[in-house]
Write a protein of this length. Structure first.
Length: 582
């Protein structure tokens, strides 16, 4: 076995031309040597800057994260429409060290090694503008901290390698042990604090768009880490550290799973960190949520990742299978669960379980929260100028093998999140932001910060006025009437509301999978029977809706709140202790 597998550190694509001499400026980075990247005659540092872009490119991609479907297809919010999709193996059998669910360990340590390589070499470049190396070094340290955050939310404490750049013959590489969760959190926070004032200048709120939900902003450096992003990452790290999975979950021999004792003050630290971002006054909720699907720069996006070129093809991936604009079949790859659909309240803000809400099971989608229409394709809604037909033998649930090899909704629903508002169009808009521009995946947006603040502050002090204000801002933007919450809510009642708001507001944004783990509720929400609906069209053009069982995912509380470290990593280095009960 190749020992270097452990650290994910071979950058063969960067060093394929190790013996070649310096070439033309436009030579692809793929074919240049390390000496060329740290060119002592390149005053602009083009290759060094491209090296930083490589680190950015390893940020989470979203959209098609897991076997071509979003991560939420392995949560209680959705399942893959294709029964042959490998994500069903996770749903039915969980994950283990031999089948470790994802390769974030290798990806993150590969990015961390690139960061360390940059920090060890960037000063060799004779930068003309002294601001550029200062900014880039701060960005790289921030990215490194973020990749550690990606690791600890999956695995708990992980090895901290500092600034060390290991090579394949370095014996120290194979003696590294895991640091405690607390040590990792402190390292991440210290790195973020150290660089926050060395980053490129912030854009203003005005530069992020018109504010009327129609116009894209003008920030040319959107996506590059600035102080506001560092502060937002810090808020996310502190919220994770305060959460039940890691706050009082550790034992002395298992210190990488959390802190040794519950500390209420961790919630206060998380609330304070989110409030700092709120008080910057450079982010706001967009009045029209659809602009989040059609622009790269807007008032709500804080940290985004530019990535793969889906452009308007995402409409084909997600739309119901009966739609064929341009004579190309849509694929309907994701089937949201009834549990997700039921989480959306009525337009009056009341839960559908409330007997005073006005909910009618015979017309289950009438007068619902507008976010349902923006998130889920349901039977009867208008799309490309015709009603969606997910009733039995309808255009979008034909029950035959002639549509996409038999792939169709498993639940009576398809996922709509991230698509433009194409109800009255004849073809899919060039969403993923422009036909000629690669798309973004938003890693942190302002709504997340508001809800993070509300959660942390509620856990610390109960539902005070600031908690109400943060949650009600989200509900007001959604168009709930009234958007105000009932007065006198208990801490537990507010907790349930905040968690539900996170679920529906941030659906399909890679939040739910980790939220139900850090809250330690995955067994009751995911490890239980998930449902859909069977819809029959009656002779009088009404519909009968009957609940159906779709899946009972496997979830073992003894180990599955943390992800397993891949077996080959622990075989190569036995000092890397596996997570408990794997």
């Amino acid at each position: 076995m190749n020992k270097i597998t452990y650290y994910g550190i071979l950058l063969l694509y960067l060093f394929a031309g190790v013996s070649c001499e310096k070439a033309l400026e436009d030579r692809p980075l793929t074919f240049v040597s390390e000496d060329y990247i740290w060119d002592d005659t390149d005053a602009t540092g083009n290759y060094a800057q491209n090296f930083v872009h490589k680190i950015y490119s390893q940020l989470p991609t979203g959209y098609v994260r897991l076997n071509g479907v979003p991560l939420e297809a392995a949560s209680d919010d959705a399942v893959p429409s294709d029964r042959n999709n490998a994500t069903w193996n996770v749903i039915n059998g969980g994950y283990n060290p031999l089948v470790p669910f994802d390769n974030n360990w290798g990806n993150s340590y590969s990015a961390i090694r690139k960061a360390n390589m940059f920090l060890a070499n960037y000063q060799k470049v004779p930068w003309v503008d002294p601001n550029i190396p200062k900014w880039l070094a701060a960005e790289v340290r921030s990215l490194r901290a973020f990749f550690y955050y990606e690791l600890i939310k999956r695995y708990g404490g992980v090895p901290l390698v500092g600034d060390k750049v290991f090579d394949s013959n370095d014996s120290e590489l194979f003696q590294i042990q895991r640091n405690s969760f607390e040590e990792c959190v402190q390292y991440i926070l210290s790195e973020l604090d150290a660089v926050q004032d060395d980053l490129r200048p912030e854009e203003t709120l005005a530069s992020r768009g018109s504010g009327n939900g129609t116009t894209e902003g003008t920030d040319a450096d959107a996506g590059r880490i600035r102080k506001s992003i560092v502060l937002a990452i810090k808020a996310k790290v502190l919220l994770l550290a305060a959460s039940p999975l890691f706050n009082a979950s550790a034992t002395p021999e298992r210190s990488y799973t959390g802190y040794a004792a519950y500390d209420k003050e961790r919630w206060k630290a998380a609330a304070n960190a989110a409030k700092v971002v709120m008080d910057l006054n450079i982010f706001a909720l967009e009045s029209n949520r659809y602009i989040l699907n059609t622009t790269r720069v807007n008032k709500e996006f804080i940290f985004v990742r530019y990535g793969a070129s889906y452009q308007n093809t995402y409409g084909y991936r997600m739309s119901p299978v009966g739609y064929r604009p341009g004579n190309t079949a849509s694929q309907g790859l994701v089937s949201p669960t009834q549990e997700l659909v039921d989480a959306f309240p009525m337009r009056n803000g009341k839960s559908i379980k409330d007997p005073t809400s006005g909910y009618n099971p015979a017309t289950p989608y009438a007068n619902r929260d507008s976010r349902l229409d923006q998130t889920v394709f349901y039977n009867g809604m208008t799309w490309l100028r015709r009603p969606v037909e997910t009733f039995e033998n309808g255009l979008d649930k034909p029950n035959n093998g002639n549509v996409n090899s038999g792939v169709q909704t498993q639940t009576g629903y398809y996922a709509k999140k991230f698509l433009a508002n194409d109800a009255n169009n004849t073809a899919y808009s060039s969403v993923m932001y422009h036909q000629s521009v690669t798309p973004t995946f938003c890693l942190i947006r302002y709504a997340d910060i508001l809800l993070s603040y509300a959660e942390a502050q509620n856990e610390y002090s109960g539902p005070d006025a600031s908690v109400y204000s943060a949650v009600e801002a989200i509900r007001q933007r959604a168009g709930l009437t009234p958007y105000q919450l009932p007065s006198g809510l208990s801490q537990a009642q507010m907790r349930d509301i905040i968690r539900n708001e996170r679920r529906i507001e941030l659906a399909f944004e890679e939040q739910r999978f980790y939220d139900i783990r850090r809250w330690k509720i995955a067994k009751e929400t995911y490890g239980t029977t998930l449902h859909g609906v069977r819809i029959v069209k009656n002779a009088n053009n009404t519909f009968t809706y009957t609940p159906i069982d779709v899946a009972t995912p496997y979830f073992n509380e003894a180990n599955m709140y943390l992800l397993p470290i891949a077996n080959n990593e622990t075989l190569v280095n036995p000092n890397i202790e596996q997570n408990p009960n794997y």
